[in-house]
Ligand binder design. Sequence first.
Ligand code: AQP
Length: 327
Amino acid sequence: MVRVFSGIQPSGDLQLGNYLGALRRFAREQDDADSIFCIVDLHAITVPQDPVELRARTIQTANLYLASGIDPERATLFVQSHVAAHTELAWLMECTASFGELSRMTQFKEKSDRRDFVSGALFTYPALMAADILLYDTHRVPVGDDQRQHLELTRDVAMRFNSRYGDTFVVPEAAIPKAAARVMDLQTPTNKMSKSADSPQGTVSMLDEPKAIEKKFKRAVTDNDAEVHYDPETKPGVSNLLSILGACTDRDPEVVAGDYTQYGPLKADAAAAVIELLAPVQARFAELAADPDATAELLAISAERAREMAAPVLTRAHEAIGLLPRR
Ligand code: AQP
């Protein structure tokens, strides 16, 4: 059976891009494959996090997976730091990825540019991500377009390891969605919507109240030519609204554009579609949030399952590279 792996960082309140580009697809596709979903807390700490908030957000992120429809009976849902094999394999990946490759990662350049303190781990982040994926003999990795470059690196590292030490890892494929592969910020539509960006009016949180969502769409940046058509290059703001509305209603943005001649109704309909889409997720989230212990228990059961899956792959990699077997 095809094995799928993907992760989300508990680095802030999950936003609409995380839902459309990741969570909604995970839930829709969970029966097509043996699915493994991870809350990648070790990735989140590559930039400083408040410890109390990080713990709370880890449970919150798990609850958002569950509220989005991930069924822990059918999929494995666990916290990255609960499976030590991730950091163990990450070291082997760091030894296999080159400094030049890591230096070319655009996410590192973007994130390091906006900080005073840049950790070494922010630079080696893609090596840990490669470990996350390769540890489970993953075939397919559903991610948003922003992760395409990291996925390419994972494939390159897997192939290099295999050619140096013999067939060890399955080489995974990225699965980038057609719709909403890159949801953009409502205020700066040339930037990706991001949970940790400092753009409260441009970011729609998955837990925003309907009134807040309406307000954010109403104030969304468009342009002055008052024409509705889909062209992300010349009309990034309008195209983003069309993409969001299209993704919410399962239509192509070009087709959606045909329904509008003015920006006002487009903004109102995009807001209404997002509110309708998120309402059942928010309702289920409220139920789950009332019992954090139940979620923690479920994560513990899944982590045990993940440890069992990861152990033989880590041993295979250790043996291939020539580490003395553990007795
Ligand atoms: N704007 C987006 N549009 C479509 N997909 C997106 N994803 C993130 N933003 C968008 C997808 O969500 C999954 C989880 O992402 P992540 O938490 O690992 O980190 P990220 O990609 O860096 O997302 P953020 O929200 O921008 O987090 P921060 O601000 O902490 O860096 C991935 O599949 C991603 O593609």
